[in-house]
Design a protein around this ligand. Structure first.
Ligand code: PMP
Length: 379
């Protein structure tokens, strides 16, 4: 028998979306055709550039724990051009290996034991576990609660409000007025708003994204997290970044030094050298994906399946509450009997237990319609 392990870590469930995707990988490796609506990515055509010998050789070694300076400059430049955010790449941007570890480090840096973190549902499934690991208390806000009513969840232990803008999986996009309201709440109650902007480019041309870092230009109450995973279609490269007040970055830097050292040097250098060309190729594909989402919305309306209101990302949270059994049983039946992979809505909160997440990033519109009809027949 092994010695006792940490009960907090033991109490944490596996990430349900990754668990479902493991079943999908297993089925695929047996040669089965699986209709995959469970994946957290869209597949882009990404231009490929030669890596010269010098870049390759330099890539064998550690590099700055803040992130390669040239990449930070490119990121600052992109946030300025795209979202009007002015951030100093020297002191206000830190790069690490994906936004997931950065969010973990943010929770470690900000929370003291017992501090409360409000998360609007559907809430991306790792927020809750990361808050718990940092000794904090996760306070879910049901999906139906309007942003102007969130103050009723505040106590004297509240420390952070997490928003995911636009939201995975509802697609909800927060307006400038809503974000300004959140900032006023944060100022009044001395809170941080952690704004996860991982899907900021998955919007139709008329829907404009407002970064929390633009609403709060001093960043006294705002920590923005983003990455190359979704917007640039490079989830496997594990490059993410944060834009925050320099005093917050100084704390995150120490955590990054102790946990990660640096994101892969060769990949950071490559991205810094080709950032604009890659962005020019991927940005239109993110917009196309949002347009595809709009078409799927029409199919959902036609088939007669309800969903949470939203405009961005490449997911829907679809309403399966009329299914006679538990949603998890429906998800299992869909996967085992129909080779249709989805994620149970409970992964995103109790208030969304009667929903499933349906990602539209990788399947064709024809297959999406076919599978939605199967789902409709079961619910
Ligand atoms: N935030 C959200 C809302 C996500 O959906 C994901 C990935 N599924 C992440 C953060 C983490 O992304 P990464 O670590 O690849 O940057």
């Amino acid at each position: 028998m092994i010695p006792k392990l940490n009960p907090t870590v033991e109490s944490i469930p596996e990430a349900l979306s990754i668990f479902v995707n493991q079943l999908v990988y297993d089925k695929k490796s047996r040669g089965e055709r699986v209709y995959t609506f469970s994946l957290g990515e869209a597949f882009f055509d990404i231009p490929r550039f030669e890596i010269d010998d010098e870049t390759f050789q330099r890539g064998y070694h550690y590099s700055s724990s803040m992130g390669q300076p040239k990449l930070r400059e490119r990121l600052a430049d992109m946030y300025r051009r795209s979202y009007g955010v002015v951030a100093d790449p020297q002191t206000e941007i830190l790069v690490s290996c994906g936004s997931k570890p950065i969010l973990f480090m943010v929770m470690q840096a900000v929370l003291e034991a017992g501090d409360e973190v409000l998360v609007h549902e559907p809430g991306w499934l790792s927020y809750k576990e990361q808050v718990k690991l940092a000794g904090g208390v996760h306070v879910p806000i049901p999906y139906y609660d309007d942003i102007y009513d969130w103050e009723k969840y505040l106590t004297d232990r509240s420390k952070v409000i997490v928003i995911n803008n636009p939201n995975n999986p509802s697609g909800q996009l927060y307006s400038r007025a809503e974000l300004e309201h959140l900032l006023r709440v944060a100022e009044e109650h001395d809170l941080f708003i952690v704004s996860d902007e991982a899907y900021s480019d998955f919007l139709m041309p008329g829907d404009s994204f407002v970064s929390m870092a633009d609403v709060d230009p001093t960043r006294e109450h705002t920590i923005v997290v983003n990455s190359l995973s979704k917007n640039m279609g490079m989830s496997g490269w594990r490059v993410g970044y944060t834009i925050a007040h320099k005093d917050v970055i100084a704390q995150l830097l120490k955590l990054n030094q102790h946990l990660i050292t640096c994101a892969a040097t060769v990949l950071q250098n490559y991205m810094a050298d080709h950032f604009d060309e890659i962005l020019a190729a991927t940005l239109p594909q993110a917009v196309e994906t949002a347009q595809k989402r709009r078409k799927v919305q029409d199919i959902l309306d036609e088939v007669g399946i309800g969903y949470l209101k939203g405009v961005g990302t490449f997911y829907f949270l679809i309403d399966v509450s009329s299914y006679p059994g538990e949603t998890e049983e429906l998800v299992r039946t869909l996967l085992t009997d129909h080779n249709i992979a989805t994620v149970p809505g409970r992964a995103y909160g109790e208030s969304t237990a009667g929903f499933v997440r349906f990602g539209i990033g990788v399947e064709s519109l024809e297959d999406i319609e076919k599978c939605l009809r199967v789902i409709k027949s079961l619910i």
